[in-house]
Design a protein around this ligand. Structure first.
Ligand code: CUA
Length: 339
């Protein structure tokens, strides 16, 4: 692992790491400049304006508008430049791109469990391709952890009962540190691992090397059948007594209380664990809770299955928008879509 000439600076190996560093150096530079300026002027004035005779009376100063304007406007401009630059880097880091490869991460005391969409599992190790965007969808089985890859300059809390995401694009093949950056109990300091960045073709070989593993979507389909979801949501997720699941993910959902939500990971999870929290318009509170009956791993599998369901033409998706065809949510017949 190559290190920088600056001590303690981790290697820079993602598309954002250089930008984070540049901002960091700018902040350090501004701090250093003003520290030197203020202490220098301080020392200079102590010497220059020292009391020379015991009875000396200083010349009174009434104030200076010019000076006051200057020392207000200059710091304002500097502060705003930090804000604008920081916001720009922040937005880039916290808006995952649409075309990213999705990898699931589950944290628990004291290890990282990782699953690729092909079914490949890893513990305390994450293999990723260089030059491709990767999005991590993360949750915890117990307490708050924090998935931190210093070389990529990315870091996000991993919470129980919720999904958080972060994304990166690795630029240099190599092995990098993975840390848990949230104190999570006795062996927190041992909750470490490595990120292995491979050339894309090498990565594809690695990923297909363990063929025969069940993908999370297939495992999710089995759970969907064994837990009985199928009896209300339809064999192909087309809907029935429960809302349609096909084509649901990422769409807007109309709720019975008149509100709308986006069917993201958090919504799907809540609807499984606490179904009556956000009832879909047109459906009653008949679904039992599955809280405690599905593990975080299984939730991820069911999620993958739901994501894999595409809306097939001819099925109605009550409550989800846009309805593929059939009726609008208020029951009026829908005109043929010209899309
Ligand atoms: Cu997990 Cu600290």
């Amino acid at each position: 692992m190559q290190t920088s000439w600056i001590p303690f600076l981790p290697p820079s190996a993602s598309t954002v790491s250089g930008k984070v560093d540049a901002l960091y150096f700018y902040l350090s530079g501004v701090t250093l400049f003003f520290t030197l300026l203020i202490s220098g002027v301080l020392i200079l004035f102590v010497i220059k304006y020292r009391r020379r005779t015991p009875f000396e009376i200083p010349r009174p100063i009434a104030g200076s508008h010019k000076l006051e304007t200057l020392w207000s406007v200059i710091p304002f401009i500097i502060a705003m430049s930090i804000f604008a630059w920081g916001a720009q880097v922040y937005f880039q880091m916290y808006r995952p791109p649409k075309n990213a490869v999705e990898i699931y991460v589950v944290g628990k005391q004291w290890m990282w469990k990782i699953q690729h969409s092909t079914g490949q599992r890893e513990i305390n190790e994450l293999h990723v391709p260089s030059g491709r965007k990767v999005k991590l969808i993360m949750t915890s089985e117990d307490v708050i952890h924090d998935f931190f890859i210093p070389a990529f300059r990315v870091k996000a809390d991993v919470l129980p009962g919720r999904y958080t995401t972060q994304w990166f694009e690795a630029t240099k093949p190599g092995t990098y540190h993975l840390f848990c950056a949230e104190f999570c109990g006795m062996n927190h300091s041992g909750m470490i691992g490595s990120i292995v960045v491979m050339q894309p073709t090498q990565f594809d070989n690695w990923l297909s090397g363990n063929a025969g593993q069940q993908s999370p979507a297939v495992a999710g389909q089995q759970l969907y059948e064994s837990l009985g979801c199928v009896s209300c949501h339809g064999a192909r997720g087309e809907g029935g007594r429960g809302p349609a699941l096909a084509g649901l993910f990422g769409k807007q959902v109309f709720l019975s209380n008149g509100q709308t939500v986006i069917a993201d990971e958090g919504y799907v999870r809540e609807s499984i664990e606490n179904p009556s929290a956000k009832l879909v318009n047109g459906f009653g509170p008949i679904m039992p809770t599955f809280q405690g009956q599905v593990t975080p791993d299984q939730l991820i599998q069911i999620m993958s299955f739901i994501k894999s369901l595409q809306a097939s033409p001819g099925t109605t998706a009550p409550g989800s928008s846009p309805a593929p065809s059939g009726t609008l949510r208020d029951g009026r017949p829908q005109l043929q879509s010209t899309k």
